[in-house]
Design a protein around this ligand. Structure first.
Ligand code: PLP
Length: 399
């Protein structure tokens, strides 16, 4: 009998499964709005100019590829810290942040989860309802019991803030609360600065542990604006976690460039925490890969390349915003009478379109428009060429 005879087939990843279905669809007019990836106005995955320039500079001065330190490229970790906390922030001057290079934002979350499990094995983890699909799986796999706090308010198309606050208020001390720092995935609805300050207050009052997932910095309102919640947490004096992803903001999905930062009470504490993060990394994959992080470090530490990156990131942000307005206008022009202004209030790559699972399935089977059954569509995959067909199909299923 085979060792694997009793191994069960795991369920397919819903989004990747959707991709497979999309690839197999012979419809020439098909549009993939499922996966969370930014495509440019020609429907192509962009190679940012700042990345190409950094790579040219790196190629002109090629380096041997030794093992990196366990916590990654020092200049990269420093650049991440500057971006997340502000280069002049007191917390960095006081060396109170332990930052490690990670394999994408996912890797940052997992290193944090593994460290938290050692720190407080009995803690529960709260994620938003709904959340990025992998949050639950990742924290469950790290050994945590994962529950949710209310987030999406379907009736009022926004955040159920009262529900969220009430759930945090009744959470036990030590509960880990995973928060989307900006551009909530999948709903697109973010908290206001005033609501954030109330969350910070509850986290502090209840002794909760905030874990901020920042996968879309720069896609909402701007780099500093999207990072404003970090400043609120810093001002509170709390210890907290931040995972960073450059997959979207540098269009470096396949390079797996991310980080984890842990804000500690003192420099000495940060060195102890760093030593533990290194153990987690060492026993998982030993040390991180070189190329992507070197690209990001090169861009962020060169004033000219950084300015170019900010310009390109703003270009992505503004194009998504233009697509939101264009989608609403096209739907209205197609005779959809519902108030769709919520689409333009949402932030980041996604829109919770309000379409039901049945309507999403009709979009797929009748029109070749692929979105997630929850109604989530990736606005960053819309462009002037595919938008008319998408709007016509959405209008048809909304009628
Ligand atoms: N967190 C959220 C909320 C995301 O949407 C994503 C990617 O879609 C990630 C983390 C993971 O990012 P990465 O691809 O860098 O691992």
């Amino acid at each position: 009998m085979s060792l694997f005879a009793a191994v069960e087939m795991a369920p397919r990843d819903p989004i990747l499964g959707l991709n497979e279905q999309f690839n197999a669809d012979p419809n020439p007019a098909k549009v993939n709005l499922g996966v969370g990836v930014y495509f440019d106005e020609n429907g192509k995955l962009p190679l940012l100019k700042c990345v190409a320039e950094a790579e040219r500079a790196m190629l002109a001065d090629p380096k041997a590829r030794g093992y990196l330190p366990i916590d990654g490229i020092a200049a990269y970790d420093k650049a991440v810290q500057g971006l997340v906390f502000g280069a002049d922030s007191a917390v960095l001057a006081e060396k109170r942040v332990a930052t490690v290079q990670a394999i994408g934002g996912t890797g940052g979350l997992k290193i944090g989860a593994d460290f938290l499990k050692r720190l407080n094995p009995g803690a529960r983890v709260l994620i938003s309802d709904p959340s990025w699909e992998n949050h639950r799986a990742l924290f469950s796999n790290a050994g945590f019991q994962v529950e949710t706090y209310p987030y999406f308010d379907a009736a009022n198309l926004g955040v159920n803030f009262e529900g969220m606050l009430a759930a945090l208020n009744s959470a036990a001390a030590g509960t880990v609360v995973v928060l989307h720092a900006c551009c909530h995935n999948p709903t697109g609805y973010d908290l206001t600065p005033v609501q954030w300050s109330q969350v910070v207050e509850v986290v502090k009052a209840r002794g909760l542990v905030a874990f901020l997932d920042m996968a879309y910095q720069g896609f909402g309102e701007g780099i500093a604006e999207d990072g404003a919640v970090i400043q609120q947490f810093l001002a509170s004096g709390l210890n907290f976690f931040v995972s960073t992803s450059f997959s979207k903001s540098f269009s470096l999905y396949g390079e797996r460039v991310g980080a984890l930062s842990v804000v500690c009470a003192s420099g000495e504490e940060a060195s102890r925490v760093l030593s533990q993060l290194k153990i987690v990394i060492r026993t998982n994959y030993s040390n991180p890969p070189t190329h992507g992080a070197q690209v990001v470090a090169t861009v962020l530490s060169s004033p000219a390349l950084r300015a170019l990156w900010e310009e390109e990131l703003a270009g992505m942000r503004l194009r998504i915003r233009a697509m939101r307005s264009a989608l609403v206008s096209a739907l209205q022009a197609a005779g959809v009478s519902q108030d769709l202004s919520f689409v333009t209030r949402q932030k980041g790559m996604f829109s919770y379109s309000g379409l039901s699972a049945a309507q999403m399935q009709r979009l797929r089977s009748e029109f070749g428009i692929y979105g997630v059954d929850s109604g989530r569509i990736c606005v960053a995959a819309l462009n002037e060429k595919n938008l008319p067909a998408v709007a016509a199909a959405m209008a048809a299923v909304l009628r």
